[in-house]
Design a protein around this ligand. Structure first.
Ligand code: UD1
Ligand code: BG6
Ligand code: NA
Length: 365
């Protein structure tokens, strides 16, 4: 079943042009979006007081990546909940809320308990899942199957990118009654159409990421700085590295750098800075300057052709990625980090598909 690949994680990373295509199949129609599972509920969702995203692990990170464009395209306030934390706090959930549950397996215990809690509190419950017939799919009022195909590697890869794309389509569908954002929606729809080919292009960085991995093999820690659309990319890239390569790694909000993390910067600690083109680009340029002035060991991810714009003195290692619509850029940007985590794991001699102490689906609390 792995075909020509050595591991399922590797296969699943490389099949993303295909899995994203199946996620979108039959759903981008006549320049608009058609999600059969949400159609009847869009009016209710548009009237809700807020959207609450709920998930664990990579699925939480996918929801975080979606947060900004859901707010932008719908005008509805969005809050984020890690499922276990919502339960610990017994946080407020109301009838006027739309609670969106994100889970690859649809069987994660914490997420399902949070679903029971939200149902009891009367919220409209929406599922975003890869598993038809799962408990999450059955118990939610409505939802979207992401149709990424079975994911076997414990570290989620193709489900993450398909979750983001499914939520982008959801945001487009909810916002489709707004005339003021029509041009923006059209641009995102055309971005979705070109996404699989951009993903094929970014996968060509495989050898470069293997080489980067070999330079990081003995590092004790790796920081990843992102912001805006790519804050989630920083968290998810770091999660991949820690869960499979068993290396300490933290994703951080670049805007928080000077409020603590800057103290860690020296010539040894590798730091990845995500600085692809979007509204936050100039802020990331100044973050890079501040890190360089402290002699930070930088690896900068930037848009094609931007190497000298992000690092004029040539002292950074640069990863150049193809550009897509800014809100879809997280789908592209996570892929080099998935490849990095994969190669780092193989080079360090750890089990790629069954990382120590972890399970694909955590069905106990
Ligand atoms: C559905 C069919 C698909 C068919 C298409 C044709 C299924 C599972 N899907 O896809 O095979 O090609 O019509 O138009 O038969 N749902 C939840 N919670 C979730 C996810 C989904 O309640 O977490 C519900 C949806 O609201 C919907 C149903 O499950 O009622 C199917 O969802 P989905 O597969 O996303 O719908 P379609 O894309 O229309
Ligand atoms: C586990 C997996 O912790 O559950 C992670 O190891 C996953 O990869 C998390 O992100 C959530 O799983 P699910 O199925 O709810 O998306
Ligand atoms: Na359902």
């Amino acid at each position: 079943k792995k075909g020509s690949y050595d591991h399922f994680m590797q296969k699943e990373i490389h099949e993303q042009p295909h899995s994203l295509t199946t996620t979108m199949r039959g759903r981008l129609k006549d320049g608009g979006v058609l999600l059969g599972g949400l159609k009847e509920h869009l009016k209710t969702i548009r009237r809700c007081r807020r959207v609450v995203f709920i998930g664990c692990g990579t699925s939480y990170n996918a929801a975080l990546a979606a947060r900004t464009f859901v707010e932008e395209l719908t005008g509805i306030p969005v809050t984020m909940e890690v499922a276990s934390d919502l339960l610990d706090r017994q946080g407020p959930i109301y009838r006027e809320d739309t609670a969106v549950f994100v889970s690859q397996s649809g069987e994660t215990a914490d997420t399902l308990l949070a679903l029971d809690y939200a149902l009891e509190n009367g919220a409209l419950c929406v599922g975003i899942t890869n598993t038809v017939g799962s408990t999450l799919s059955r118990k939610t009022h409505c939802g979207v199957h992401i149709n990424a195909g079975c994911e076997i590697g414990v570290a989620s890869t193709k489900a993450y990118t398909s979750q983001i794309v499914a939520m982008a389509m959801m945001a487009l569908a909810i916002g489709s009654d707004q005339i003021s954002t029509q041009a923006r929606r059209n641009a995102i729809i055309s971005g979705l159409t070109s996404l699989p080919s951009c993903v094929s292009e970014v996968l060509k960085l495989d050898a470069e990421m293997k080489d980067l991995a070999s330079s990081l093999i003995d590092s004790e820690s790796l920081l990843v700085f992102g912001r805006g659309y790519n804050y989630a990319t920083a968290l998810e890239g770091a999660l991949k590295v820690k869960e499979v390569a068993l290396m300490h790694s933290e994703g951080m909000l670049a805007g928080e750098m000077k409020h603590g993390p800057l103290a860690l910067v020296d010539e040894i600690l590798p730091i990845i800075v995500i600085a692809t083109r979007d509204a936050c680009f100039s802020k990331q340029q100044s973050v890079i300057q501040q890190l360089l002035s402290r002699k930070g060991r930088l690896i900068v991810m930037c848009s094609k052709g931007d190497a000298s714009a992000v690092c004029s003195n040539g002292s950074c290692r640069v990863i150049e990625v193809p550009g897509v619509a800014d809100c879809l850029q997280p789908v592209i940007n996570i892929i080099p980090l998935q490849l990095l985590a994969y190669h780092l794991t193989v080079l360090r001699g750890f089990d790629v598909d069954q990382p120590r102490n972890l399970a694909k689906s955590v069905t106990t609390q």
